[in-house]
Write a protein of this length. Structure first.
Length: 368
């Protein structure tokens, strides 16, 4: 089924980029576990070498491209590898304007690795309506909603500001997924995901993807994907393809559970601020009390697993200040509003009653 098929997103999640395997008719795209391919004549080939192309990888790339409404999808061995590859299209001296509360690994890659190669980064409050994209900016990097404060950005407005100065506009769409937000349709140059999270959805793969409709950028990215080589193997590609099939129904349930939990938390006296953007499965809240109370809270849950990461079918809980965001200096965390008692939930797709009962136990433990 072609990747530009004009069907609904649930249908595309199941069919886009895939057709019955021609030799046997196998309905599911096989795991093409091979590094190389026989050539009928020297240099005459449909498939050459699996760093360059692999049919299982191509299927998942085309499927995700279709979900984001883009022409080209390129998969990588991790979200970080996708982000790194995208940044390698820039040159020393190029300026990047980046949200000030992006994923910790992205902040680390930009400031500790890529800055050494001459890229210049400015960190700003991306969700501010007063955002200025300075002339001379090569690329604008945005996450919406952000992590862990779940602030949202008017992507169309930032796209227009980036376009006005000739900057590329890239959106990390990991937290939202194309079910709720398709940045390419509102002016983004490219979208990236950690497919590790909602797109695969089962906490059993590390992966990343870039989607773009810009032919020249896609060509540059394909060159880098092959030339640098941070590609996913066929098994990871297969698992991601399999996970994608249920994306739309999973997101519905993630949203239903998170919506109910956010409302339930808001009604409590022992919770200060609750942050939930109204879609997807991430909720964060400030627990009344000190760091010790927050530690007691996250250690008490049994259905919510104390773990980093997010977006899987199982619910996870974590303390950003000492887990996902520990690498952000304390003064910057304080400035951003990431308090010691801030708790982040990745609401899974279990029974809502069980999730609430589990949190109820944690509130008791925190108070104790
Ligand atoms: C997890 C994550 C990444 C990094 O992806 P990996 O697959 O862990 O390398 C990048 N951006 C966001 C928003 C993430 O949540």
């Amino acid at each position: 089924m072609s990747k530009d098929l004009k069907t609904g997103i649930s249908t595309r999640a199941i069919h886009a980029g895939q057709s019955a395997e021609p030799v046997t008719g196998a309905v599911m795209t096989p795991v093409f576990q091979t590094s190389t391919y026989a050539q009928p004549h020297p240099g005459a080939w449909a498939w050459e070498y699996s760093r360059t192309h692999n049919p299982t990888r191509t299927a998942v790339q085309d499927c995700i491209a279709s979900l984001e409404g883009g022409k080209h999808g390129l998969c990588f061995s991790s979200g970080m590898a996708a982000i790194d590859t995208l940044l390698r299209t820039l040159n020393p001296g190029d300026r990047v304007l980046c949200g000030d509360d992006v994923y910790g690994g992205t902040y680390r890659l930009f400031t500790k690795v890529l800055a050494r190669f001459g890229l210049l980064f400015d960190f700003v409050e991306m969700s501010s309506p007063d955002l200025v994209v300075p002339a001379g900016t090569a690329l604008v990097w945005c996450e919406s909603p952000t992590n862990p404060l779940l602030k949202t950005t008017d992507l169309a407005a930032v796209a227009a500001k980036a376009r006005a100065v000739g900057a590329r506009f890239v959106v990390d769409n990991t937290f939202s997924t194309p079910v709720y937000q398709r940045p390419l349709e509102i002016g983004a140059t490219a979208v990236v995901h950690s497919t590790t999270k909602y797109l695969n959805g089962h906490s059993d793969v590390i992966g990343g993807v870039i989607v773009t409709s810009d032919d020249a950028l896609a060509e540059q990215l394909a060159f880098l994907q092959n030339g640098v080589g941070a590609v996913p193997g066929p098994w990871d590609s297969f698992l991601t393809l399999r996970g994608l099939k249920t994306l739309a129904v999973r997101m519905e349930r993630h949203t239903a559970n998170a919506t109910a939990i956010a409302a339930w938390l808001r009604a409590r006296d022992d919770v200060a601020t609750v942050r939930y953007p109204g879609f997807s499965g991430m909720v964060s809240f400030d627990l009344q009390g000190d760091l010790d109370a927050a530690v007691r809270f996250v250690k008490a849950t049994r259905v919510f697993t104390l773990a980093e990461s997010l977006g899987g079918v199982e619910s996870l809980i974590e303390l950003p200040a000492i887990m996902t965001h520990a690498s952000v200096p304390p003064d910057i965390r304080a400035q951003l509003g990431i308090a010691d008692g801030l708790i982040r939930l990745s609401c899974g797709i279990e029974d809502l009653a069980d999730l609430k009962a589990d949190l109820e136990i944690a509130f008791t433990a925190a108070a104790g």
